[in-house]
Design a protein around this ligand. Structure first.
Ligand code: 13P
Length: 249
């Protein structure tokens, strides 16, 4: 059995005060919930407030990005060691918004994955096709290529903590959710690629999350699919009641 992971991706929302308010409200709602792992990924600026607010609770804190170098002249960037020092345990890598708007490529995803694993962070690597690719019947190819290149020269031993998130780009922030069956099919492709890259035993244990318009109303149906090992939630994670409802699907 793979323990499900329900992660909030706050994107560019909330100030530190708003982050504190969120934790004040959500912690009592999810107190004692240990069926699933819970992670909240705020902006860099809110990490301190979030780590302090979630201390001693069942909610872990993740970042939304990292740089792969140990240090250097990289204005505006933050690396794995800095995240660890701030009390962060998880990190999202290769989100489609970063690929679309900030020039992130399969190669930078690979570098980031290696650096996160090296540091002991839990990487959540995002993959997913855009609408034109799905309509052209290319979903399988796109997912395989993104995984293959993300996993390049990463050993199964190093990758033990790896988590993958399937986020079809056409379902992000659009209100359009992949049906549980569509998500399960895509997850099976990702798992097959993981089996080729790391071996079947590894693939059987790999957690693959679904992301894209997950809401309290559709969380149960999605999480009931055997292939779906959790959720990466954007918009609906900003409100404590709604995110708690998703956690408890
Ligand atoms: P929405 O839940 O707002 O569609 O965003 C999904 C997402 O991008 C999570 O990383």
């Amino acid at each position: 059995m793979r323990k499900k992971l329900i992660a909030a991706n706050w994107k560019m929302y909330k100030t530190p005060d708003q982050a504190r308010d969120f934790f004040r409200d959500i912690l009592p709602l999810v107190h004692g919930h240990d069926r699933d792992e819970i992670v909240v990924c705020p902006t860099y600026l809110c990490l301190d407030a979030a780590v302090a607010a979630a201390k001693g609770s069942n909610v872990a804190i993740g970042a939304q990005n990292l740089h792969w170098e140990k240090e250097g002249a990289f204005t505006g960037e933050v690396n794995a060691a800095m995240l660890l020092a701030a009390g962060v345990t998880h990190v999202i890598i290769g989100h489609s918004e970063r690929r679309q708007y900030f020039g992130e490529t399969d190669d930078t995803v690979n570098l980031k994955l290696k650096s996160a694993l090296e540091a002991g962070l839990v990487p959540i690597v995002c993959v997913g096709e855009v609408l034109e690719e799905r309509e052209a019947g290319l979903t399988d190819d796109v997912l395989r290529r993104q995984c293959l290149r993300a996993f390049h020269k990463v050993s199964a031993k190093k990758a033990v903590r790896l988590v993958v998130a399937y986020e079809p780009v056409w379902a992000i922030g659009t209100g359009k959710t992949a049906t549980p069956q569509m998500a399960a099919d895509a997850h099976a492709i990702i798992r097959a690629q993981a089996a080729e890259s790391f071996g079947q035993e590894f693939a059987d244990k790999l957690r693959i999350l679904y992301g894209g318009s997950v809401k309290p109303e559709n969380a149960h149906a999605l999480m009931s699919e055997e292939e779906i090992d959790g959720a990466l939630v954007g918009g609906a994670s900003l409100d404590p009641k709604s995110f708690a409802a998703i956690v408890k699907y």
